[in-house]
Design a protein around this ligand. Structure first.
Ligand code: ADP
Length: 538
């Protein structure tokens, strides 16, 4: 028998319409490319999204067309999320830190018809425009009188483009599983792969994410996670659902401008990746500043370290919520929200729990299997391949004709993890980064976090390098606070009571900087390639 409730055809545009009705004057604050602060609100964003959608239709674009953004976190990017997807086209967010060859590959693979581009990124597109024939026009995210000289085909300013749009445009009813947004994985191995989200998966993901974070309607959110990467963790959808004040930093992600924005806009909750917070914490440390308004920060994308957790807690009284997910998961999989039991724990016990990646959000199932695919116990010790399943996890990659999941719907995340009796998941490593030494595994993440606790260490990276006797041995790369090498023995002494003796790195190399990829993650393969023969030649 079928239930008697009303049928529902999801369109994300319903979210911004809801925000317009219920939270019209809640502010959306953006730092523009010029550095100037721009203030908008949900009512304005909704009306301007309607205008954009109506103009796109008038201009001949239709449901299923892929329209790309090469943009920063600003109110215009939010409008494109709704204007493009709401009329039935697909919002494809491009990452401005991609290598040009990758950008060409992705734009051609997606068959983008329009690219909405922020002025500083115009040169990136001018250099490749001959190689991206599907793109018919470029819409520059600026006022009419700010449009710079450019060779981009059919370039027009965003403000001129939407000027005569229909403020009363009404959104179409879309098909049940209509596509909504497209995002490519970073592709550190092989070509980037596209993940095509649906309206339904984005809405369910956003609602579920709200249940798994400590968010209250009066929170003021600093959105450091980029709109171009994995839907900014769902904030552009759950923000307007709950009527949260959103503050977007645009181009300026360094410690000082972030700190200023946080203080000025009374930020209570900040979302970001560890590298950004390291910059902010360093700025506060060096200038004796305290994050006075921030209550919670949600950190994910790479592992949270004890040093970062401790500094947020002890110096700034900010609660850290560790989260884990990936592009293929829309992206949220687990979060680590405080439990009542944690209130009575010692700091050490509490930190030990907070460093775990958290527990699955309702809707996401997790399991850990060995190499043969046998499920491993939830005992906090057995590590294996982390598999996931759920309504906002991909079935197949964009334009692929085969499923990316097994016959029971499980997707292999590529992470090596442990599950415990209380339902917490801990990432030990990425399968390709785990160090296989003498038949045992060494977690590069654990070793990095241990090294990061050393007072002179600004950043640490551990890579498994082929070894004639042990298969692989760890090599530790360090950037010091001063940028200059320090005594290697002081690092080894520091690590000695924190990790097993056989985990200690065979070599420590000091670098001026570590290689980071387009989304801020360490590019370990570059170091692995460069030092591949190091132990073999010894
Ligand atoms: P990429 O395109 O690099 O795959 P994603 O953002 O999809 O970018 O990366 C997902 C991966 O990032 C996860 O599979 C995991 O390895 C890593 N990751 C994400 N969050 C965390 C976290 N909190 N701790 C450790 N690793 C994380």
């Amino acid at each position: 028998m079928i239930g008697d409730m009303q049928s529902w055809t999801p369109n994300v545009a319903g979210i911004i319409e809801h925000a317009k009705k219920v939270h019209p004057k809640t502010e959306i604050i953006s730092r523009l490319v010029s550095g100037e602060i721009h203030r908008s609100n949900y009512e304005e964003v909704c009306i301007r999204s309607r205008k954009l959608a109506s103009v796109l239709i008038k201009d001949g674009y239709k449901e299923g067309d892929v329209l790309a953004t090469l943009a920063l976190n600003t109110y215009r990017h939010l409008e494109m999320y709704y204007g493009i997807s709401g009329m039935g086209a697909i919002t494809h967010t491009l990452n401005f830190r991609l290598h040009p060859e990758q950008a060409v590959y992705i734009i051609n693979h997606a068959e983008d018809k329009i690219i909405f581009v922020e002025t500083p990124f115009i040169p990136i597109l001018e250099a490749i425009q001959d190689q991206i024939p599907t793109v018919e026009k470029f819409i520059v995210l600026c006022e009419e009188n700010e449009l710079p000289e450019t060779s981009l085909k059919n370039a027009i300013s965003y403000e001129e483009y939407i000027m005569d749009g229909d403020e009363n445009y009404s959104w179409p009813t879309l098909k049940d599983d209509a596509a909504c947004g497209l995002c490519y994985t970073s592709g550190t191995t092989g070509n980037p792969k596209g993940v095509l989200y649906s309206h339904k998966s984005n809405i369910i993901h956003a609602q579920a994410a709200l249940t798994a974070m400590t968010i209250s309607p009066d929170d003021s959110i600093l959105m450091v996670v980029p709109l171009f990467h994995v839907l900014a963790w769902g904030i552009p959808y759950f923000g307007p659902m709950l009527g949260l004040k959103l503050v977007m930093p645009g181009m300026q992600m360094e410690g000082e401008p972030l700190y200023e924005l946080i203080e000025k806009e009374d930020i209570t909750l900040a979302f970001g990746v560890p590298t950004i917070w390291m910059g902010l914490l360093a700025y506060c440390r060096e200038n004796n500043k305290i994050l006075s308004s921030v209550k919670n920060t949600i950190i994910g994308g790479s592992a949270l370290s004890l040093a970062t957790l401790q500094e947020f807690d002890e110096v700034h009284d900010v609660n850290v919520i560790h989260a884990w997910g990936m592009t293929e998961m829309s992206p949220m999989g687990t979060t680590n929200i405080p439990t009542p039991e944690m209130e009575n724990m010692s700091k050490e016990e509490k930190y030990a729990i907070q460093l775990k990646q958290g527990r699955p959000i309702y809707g996401v199932e997790l399991k850990v299997v060995d190499d043969a695919g046998n499920e491993l116990p939830h005992d906090g010790e057995s590590q294996g391949h982390l598999l996931v399943r759920g309504p906002w996890i991909l079935q197949k990659y964009f334009k692929s004709d085969k499923d990316a999941v097994d016959s029971n719907g499980w997707f292999d995340t590529g992470d090596i993890s442990v599950l415990d009796e209380d339902g917490y998941m801990t990432i030990k490593d990425r399968a390709k980064d785990v160090i296989k030494s003498g038949g045992e595994w060494i977690s590069s993440i654990d070793l990095e976090n241990a090294a990061f606790g050393h007072p002179e260490v600004a950043e640490a990276c551990v890579v498994g390098i082929p070894h004639p006797k042990w298969d692989e041995r760890p090599m530790l790369f360090i950037v010091t606070n001063s940028g200059e090498p320090i005594e290697k023995q002081s690092i080894i002494d520091f690590l000695s009571d924190k990790v097993a003796k056989w985990w200690l790195p065979d070599e420590i190399i000091f670098l001026k900087e570590l290689p980071h990829g387009a989304t801020g993650k360490l590019q370990k393969f570059e170091l692995r390639e460069e030092y591949n023969n190091h132990y073999m030649e010894k």
